[in-house]
Design a protein around this ligand. Structure first.
Ligand SMILES: NC(=O)c1ccc[n+]([C@@H]2O[C@H](COP(=O)([O-])OP(=O)(O)OC[C@H]3O[C@@H](n4cnc5c(N)ncnc54)[C@H](OP(=O)(O)O)[C@@H]3O)[C@@H](O)[C@H]2O)c1
Length: 255
């Protein structure tokens, strides 16, 4: 089997690539930081004896997402880990527009392009796994992190809708979404905000995500607390969920 992992230069993507390699799966790893990818490539080849290919790509550029797909399609990818993403923290009127647009290009546009192109290939073959990294943020409005939460809601709704299409077709293609709460990665540094609660361990989360993906689970999360938040977000009106999330986010400190 061979997997493509986006956002593999750090955090959740890097740990998912490690977990896949541990299962004997060859991986193509991509992100912007080539040096990090090469470091990971050497680690995975030495530790697990799998084949690893690095492709440096900036997914905030639409052309790079298409080029990435063109470069890997000949390998008949079996697993897509659609994971690259980042957040922009702050009041919506005050956050940097350019950075937010870049975030939407990565979290929404590149996610969408890769999801569609690989899904088409997988459907033709009647098999394959897609794991989209969303977030618990995708289930509620998120004051002070508004466009990040909204970008993750896009991933949640797309994954749920496409999963239903596949279910109706009795497709052999499996899709899952990873929806954790805070995880200890470079995410908070990039978003320039500190976590208030103790973040989950990225390695454990990645192991769990890979197991659940192979088990065909649609919704994958990191803890019972995060699962409960999702249930609460369904029960309570959106204005209540927005007030709760706003209260949580407004107390976070900036870097
Ligand atoms: N950590 C959390 O608390 C948390 C919680 C829920 C969901 N998530 C989601 O998990 C995913 C992974 O984030 P993480 O927590 O592992 O954070 P991270 O350590 O900062 O990793 C983010 C990854 O995305 C890549 N990336 C960012 N911008 C990119 C671009 N323009 N082009 C290509 N790759 C890009 C980064 O690589 P380069 O910088 O090398 O390009 C890096 O490999 C994200 O989608 C995030 O929204 C995170």
């Amino acid at each position: 089997m061979i997997a493509l992992v986006t956002g593999a230069s750090s955090g959740i993507g890097r740990d998912i690539a490690r977990s896949l390699a541990k299962h004997g799966i060859n991986v193509i790893i991509t992100a912007r930081r080539r040096d990090r990818l090469i470091e990971l490539k050497n680690e995975l080849m030495n530790e697990y004896g799998v084949k690893v290919m690095c492709i440096a790509a900036d997914l905030s550029k639409e052309a790079h997402a298409f080029k990435l797909y063109d470069a890997v399609k000949k390998y008949n990818i079996d697993i897509l880990i659609n994971n690259a993403g980042f957040g922009v923290f702050g009041k919506f009127a005050e956050t940097d527009l350019e950075r937010e647009l870049q975030m939407l290009d990565v979290n929404v546009k590149a996610f969408h392009i890769l999801f569609k192109l690989f899904l088409r290939d997988f459907k033709k073959r009647g098999c394959g796994y897609i794991l989209n990294t969303a977030s618990i943020a995708g289930f509620m409005p998120g004051p002070y992190f508004s466009s990040y939460y909204a970008s993750k809601a896009y991933i949640v709704r797309m994954t749920q809708a496409v999963a239903e299409e596949l279910r109706k077709e009795r497709s052999g293609v499996n899709i899952s979404m990873l929806c954790p709460g805070p995880v200890a990665t470079e995410f908070s540094e990039t978003a320039r905000v500190k976590f208030r609660s103790k973040p989950s361990n990225s390695e454990k989360l990645a192991e769990h995500a890979v197991r659940e993906m192979f088990a065909g689970k649609l919704f994958i999360t990191d803890s019972w607390l995060t699962s409960s938040l999702r249930v609460l977000a369904k029960i309570f009106p959106d204005c209540f969920a927005a007030a709760m999330a706003g209260c949580f986010q407004s107390k976070r400190e900036r870097f």
